[in-house]
Design a protein around this ligand. Structure first.
Ligand code: ZN
Length: 250
């Protein structure tokens, strides 16, 4: 079975469309949260993703944008985008966001679970091997997909050895992929990266493809209509910084 793994779309319709148009054949889609927040097309993005698969995990922006959580923990730019999103979302889409599950959600793949932050805390940022140690140990499954950091890659361990996994790319403006073979005996925490707002210094939309038969995860980067996404943000009256950071990939 092959699953397209998406995270942190952040209402970036142009990035999502580029990912869906270029994604290899797959049986299902696993979504790791933050479907909305920051970008200018929350309704259109929800329309696209809600029928794609059955596995959805909620993100902190999803909670904030549907009023499940206060904006007190958000920085001023994120809070302003969340307020804009709240008033822009249709009531049907607010209801859809409110029913999303807190992770971990067991996927329809064998021994794979999905979370937004980590298995211990949906809001945890897993950035370093030190952050990854406990979530890797405590996960019920051998493979856990996570998002939230907007950094593609992940971590693996067999208790003796520890690995930080970083896809190697040439960079630039072409699509690229990086295949990771899943080794027996290792436990994995894997982040497909952010579709809609990458923060690993690569502006291209990020996603991953899990192949349970071949025992691989392939990381992908795909260019998208960045200028259009930026224009939509500016036209919507969202903070300028949300447009400029897309080009910087941070
Ligand atoms: Zn996010």
């Amino acid at each position: 079975m092959r699953a397209l793994v998406l995270s942190d779309i952040h209402a970036n319709l142009d990035a999502l469309d580029a990912v869906l148009a270029s994604a290899p054949e797959h049986d299902t889609v696993w979504d790791l949260g933050d479907v909305v927040g920051y970008g200018a097309n929350p309704n259109e993005v929800i329309e696209r993703v809600r029928d794609l698969g059955k596995v959805f995990v909620r993100g902190n922006h999803d909670r904030a944008c549907c009023g499940l959580e206060s904006l007190l923990d958000f920085n001023p730019i994120a809070a302003s985008a969340a307020r804009w999103t709240r008033t822009t979302l249709t009531s049907e889409h607010i209801v859809w966001l409110r029913q999303l599950s807190e992770g971990p959600v067991l996927s329809d793949g064998p021994d794979v679970s999905c979370v937004h932050g980590s298995v211990l805390d949906e809001d945890q940022y897993v950035m370093t091997l030190r952050d990854a140690w406990l979530p890797l140990k405590e996960s019920q499954t051998r493979i856990t997909f996570f998002g939230h950091t907007h950094v593609q890659g992940g971590f693996a361990s067999n208790e003796e050895e520890w690995f930080k996994l970083e896809p190697r790319y040439h960079g630039g403006n072409e699509p690229e992929e990086y295949e990771l073979p899943l080794r027996n005996g290792l436990r994995y925490l894997l982040n497909p990266g952010a579709v809609g707002q990458p923060r690993d210094h690569d502006w291209r939309a990020a996603y991953a493809l899990y192949d349970g038969d071949r025992k691989t995860v392939t990381f992908h980067r795909v260019p998208y209509d960045l200028k259009m996404a930026q224009q939509r943000i500016l036209r919507a009256g969202l903070p300028d910084r949300l447009a400029s950071r897309l080009r910087e990939g941070r």
